[in-house]
Design a protein around this ligand. Sequence first.
Ligand code: ADP
Length: 298
Amino acid sequence: MSIKVTSVTKIYKTQKALNEVSFSADKGQIIGFLGPNGAGKSTMMKILTGFIKPNSGKVFVNDIDVLQNTLEAQKVIGYLPEHNPLYNDMYIREYLQFQAAIFKVDKNEIETCIKKVGLEVEAHKKIHQLSKGYQQRVGIAAAILHNPKVLILDEPTTGLDPNQLVEIRALIKELGKDKTVLFSTHIMQEVEAVCDHVIIIKKGEIIIDKKLSELQNKNQQIIKVILNVELENSQFLQLENLILSEKIDKNSWYLTFKTNEDMRSKVFDFAQKNNFKILELSLENKTLENLFTELTSN
Ligand code: ADP
């Protein structure tokens, strides 16, 4: 197991930031760590990387106990904190040499990392001369210099423009080919673009821990129907493949079907057969973004 977190609780004075959090990640997974602001994402990442201690619980990275053996664990972890801590007056190579010395990494690795994160064209510049997207690349280069097995990226795409977003997402995906990557974000589309696993955290507790494919529920569809009459739940049971009927208001319903077949014509036939009139019939596009909003809103 690359990451194993068991019953982690963290309390800052009176504020409980994490409550009995447990999850694990296999080698080679890219995990999206999602949650609204204040959910506890950064706190979990600081604990995973050994920068702060929890009040209780266990944390293992690559089978190393992070709480007991912090330095050993940090050797296999690459970490990009939320506020990328760069020395802006340094040249890129100068900064990476400084990082290489800390991790006792051969200086030849610097050029390999510069290439890996696509910094070649800008590599002669000072860090403050770079755009935010390129500064993020420097942060990622510094995080992967010692070839860590596990990469922890805290909101790596915040503040990037749309082009930079696409580039950094592609980079994360590339890095995920030979590393376990846990990255936090509050953007569901980002998770869809990059991850194979999703963990959603809300108010310090994990509410979803699933494969992306499980969450996407590809063979489920929701149809909104408004009729001219008020029906009972049981009357919809005649409909094939129906798994849920939810009343929105008097005559309006959400009908959830488990099938790949477009069920709108079946709903139409159902209405005709029973002599109801359909006032509105539409396929609801319930994206992961809707799901995230629903799950994390109050
Ligand atoms: P996220 O990264 O999901 O935005 P955080 O882990 O930063 O969430 O914060 C979780 C909760 O813990 C928030 O309510 C935040 O205000 C609180 N918190 C974070 N750091 C500290 C701290 N050093 N002292 C006190 N409270 C903190």
